[in-house]
Design a protein around this ligand. Structure first.
Ligand code: HEC
Length: 173
């Protein structure tokens, strides 16, 4: 291979990568950030709980295109029971592969709810995950193993969505 060809194939792209990297790192601080203040932490918690609350609404039927049969997530997973967010990613038999929590949420939307899949990267999906994960806070992360289900009872009801009523468990107190 001629030197000019070698340059075109290797040296030039490498130079571009190097220049871009310098550009990226130059804009980032190189030292650790200062610890968050109590006020900042409280604000972050407040913002998280707003998203968790939105997730609770979605989990109880607030988004109509997610269901065509009147069922909501809460009918079968009250207080996110048996959703086991701490076990993801894990192998899911039906899909024949290791999936993320959001894949399983969409699986239940299109399956049990006979609804329309939601954007896996959208804010609604983040809220659905936040709700389940928040209710399971403190649970040991055990990918692939459902060792810590919150409630073994699966209550299926028909109707226009699970009533938004506190059940006394977890965040829904
Ligand atoms: C009609 C009952 C029913 C409804 C309604 C329902 N699911 Fe499920 N869900 C199931 C069943 C059954 C499984 C177990 C499927 C499996 O593992 O093969 C499951 C599994 C899951 C899992 C994985 C649990 C685990 O341990 O692997 C998640 C997460 C989940 N559902 C979330 C949701 C969400 C979010 C909704 C609403 C969009 C929903 N489900 C609605 C019946 C339901």
């Amino acid at each position: 291979m001629k030197m000019t060809e070698l340059f075109r194939r290797i040296a030039a792209p490498a130079a571009v990568v190097a220049l871009v990297s310098v550009g990226i790192f130059a804009t980032r601080p190189l030292s650790a950030r200062a610890p968050f203040t109590p006020a900042q932490l409280a604000d972050q918690e407040k913002k998280l709980l707003e998203v968790v609350n939105h997730g609770r609404d979605l989990w109880h039927g607030s988004r109509k295109d997610m269901s065509t049969n009147g069922l909501a997530c809460g009918n079968c997973h009250p207080d996110a029971a048996a959703s086991n967010p701490q076990t993801f990613p894990k192998y899911q038999n039906d899909m024949g592969q290791v999936v993320a929590l959001r894949d399983m949420i969409n699986w239940c939307i299109t399956g049990p709810l006979a609804g329309k899949e939601i954007d896996p990267d959208g804010t609604d999906m983040i809220a659905m995950e936040a709700y389940a994960t928040y209710l399971y806070r403190g649970t040991t992360i055990t990918p692939g193993l459902a060792t810590a289900q919150t409630a073994p009872i699966v209550a299926i009801k028909s109707g226009t969505g699970y009533p938004r009523k506190a059940s006394g468990i977890g965040y829904d107190k």
